[in-house]
Design a protein around this ligand. Structure first.
Ligand code: NOJ
Length: 506
């Protein structure tokens, strides 16, 4: 019999971990093909250790035609040759652990690639019941634009909540369940510390396939997301994770509007964590930030799990660009890192990278661009490869003279990791200081926070001995009483905190 390990023990590593998202294709290229790879990541582990993160989350590196950047998996048990080999993955797991960090991998259970052998069989009319085939489509829309249904030449329609190259699996088929349990074990046996679960709330659809009409896809009662059957899957997965040593964990990409729905994923025998995207979606505004934090804390508190915070990811405009300045981006980081729970960083934010807004249309690869007829330019602007060194593209990302898979701006010379290392006023040094300090403080911090009175455009809160102040306005505000300044987002503030700045106080 399996015993569920309690998620409430404060010493569990993930409860306050800082996790760094590696978008594998854009991180570091070791073989000069213009795409990042696993060996490239391994070569940068000292950089990540010095940055001060606790764990890495790798986006999908499995065999894939990359119709959606790898979220279209053709073989869940192999590494795409562009990204390396299984031995590279084994070496990366070992080296990550040797550097004192954990490694999470992405699991994509909602859909496969259309090149997956199962879908190839389905196209030939064999075992279509592993996917969602219907005689008639309904009004459901793909998240990437257009209908969620594509018709085959024989007249049947299949469902794809994303691109047509990503057919949705039928989770009511026990074979699908068994297959994924086996895939989890495959990677756990290789030593990964856990999973980020893609589209975690979407696996089951209402078997009636009613039109969605005016309902929103993630609202309660939607026929598409958050169906109750999904929880049985995560209970089974939890038992698998708990049967391994070493505090393996899973975090779900859970989009749902209702806090009660959200909390169900975090029951003690289900997922360890679920992403909350509210902070990422909020505009630069003190009252908005405060309301987001209150809502997330209220939703998570009854579960015994911890909140998770995200400012940037491979799916949204980089927060430096969203907030309009590097100063605000630094302030937002201090605010986020002072909150209880764990924080997920996205590669390149530690270099202060902006969104690349002027990629030529011919270079765009995100299916959203084509599926919306160019109405949305898609997510490529935050997926531009990282600049490591030198003063011209490809800035050490790939071999000199090689073409990175997305063009890199010509003015990123000052943003390279090399240029920022040992520069005390660089964004990289600021991230290192903030992460070091968070690590030093964290054992003494309660998992809750207390708001203090503040001017309308500012937020002050306390967690035990740590006080965080954020000024979203443009006028300076007077800081609350404190003993000393631990870290400021713009130099050392005096008694006043300038607009667009944050500070940690003792
Ligand atoms: C969420 C992933 O983060 C995103 O990049 C992907 O396109 C969709 N899920 C579909 O897999």
């Amino acid at each position: 019999m399996h015993v569920t390990r309690s998620s409430n023990s404060p010493e569990l590593w993930w409860r306050d971990a800082v996790v760094y998202e590696v978008y594998v294709r854009s991180f570091a290229d070791s073989d000069g093909d213009g795409e990042g790879d696993l060996a490239g990541i391994r070569s940068k582990l000292p950089y990540l250790r010095d940055l001060g993160v606790d764990a890495l989350w790798l986006t999908p590196f499995y065999r894939s035609p990359l119709a959606d950047g790898g979220y279209d998996v053709a073989d869940y048990r192999d590494v795409d040759p562009r990204f390396g080999t299984l031995s590279d993955l084994d070496a990366l797991v070992a080296a990550t652990h040797a550097h004192g960090m954990r490694l999470l991998v992405d699991i994509v259970p909602n859909h496969t690639s259309d090149q997956h052998p199962w879908f190839q069989e389905a196209l030939a009319g064999i075992h279509r019941d592993r996917y969602l085939f219907r005689k008639e489509p309904n009004d459901w829309r793909s998240n990437f634009g257009g209908s969620a249904w594509t018709q085959l030449p024989d007249g049947e329609w299949y469902l794809h909540l994303y691109a047509p190259e990503q057919p949705d699996l039928n989770w009511r088929n026990p074979q699908v369940r068994e297959e994924f349990e086996d895939i989890l074990r495959f990677w756990l046996d290789r030593g990964v510390d856990g999973f980020r679960i893609d589209v975690a709330a979407g696996l089951f659809k209402d078997p009636e396939y009613g039109n969605i009409g005016t309902l929103r896809p993630h609202e309660d009662g939607s026929p598409i997301y958050g169906r109750p059957e999904v929880h049985g899957v995560y209970r089974d997965w939890r038992r698998i994770l708990d049967s391994y040593d070493g505090d393996r964990m899973a975090i779900g990409e859970v989009w749902t509007e209702s806090p009660a729905d959200f909390a169900r994923f975090l029951r003690p025998d289900e997922l360890h964590q679920a992403f909350t995207f509210a902070l990422q979606l909020a505009p630069w505004s003190a009252p908005e930030f405060r309301s987001v934090v209150d809502k997330v804390l209220a939703a998570v508190r009854p579960t015994g799990s911890v909140p998770t915070w995200v400012l940037s990811s491979h799916d949204v405009v980089r927060h430096r660009t969203r907030y309009g300045s590097a100063a605000r981006a630094h302030a937002a980081l201090l605010f986020m890192l002072a909150l209880p729970g764990s924080a997920y960083l996205y590669q390149g934010e530690e270099l202060g990278l902006p969104e690349v807004l002027d990629l030529p249309e011919a270079a765009l690869q995100d299916p959203i661009f084509a599926r919306t007829g160019g109405l949305s330019r898609g997510r490529d602007g935050c997926r531009v490869p990282l600049p490591w060194s030198g003063s011209a593209p490809p800035y050490g990302f790939t071999a000199p003279g090689a073409e990175p898979w997305l063009p890199m701006p010509s003015d990123w010379g000052p943003l390279t990791a090399e240029a920022q290392t040992d520069d005390p006023v660089s964004t990289l040094s600021f991230y290192q200081r903030a992460l070091r300090l968070r690590r030093a403080l964290r054992d003494g911090l309660p998992e809750s926070l207390e708001w203090l009175e503040s001017p309308a455009d500012a937020l002050f809160f306390r967690r035990g001995p740590l006080l965080c102040a954020l000024n979203c306005g443009s006028e300076p505000v007077r800081l609350p009483p404190h003993q000393r300044v631990l870290l400021g987002s713009t130099g050392q503030p005096g008694r006043e905190l300038p607009g667009g700045a944050a500070v940690w106080l003792a």
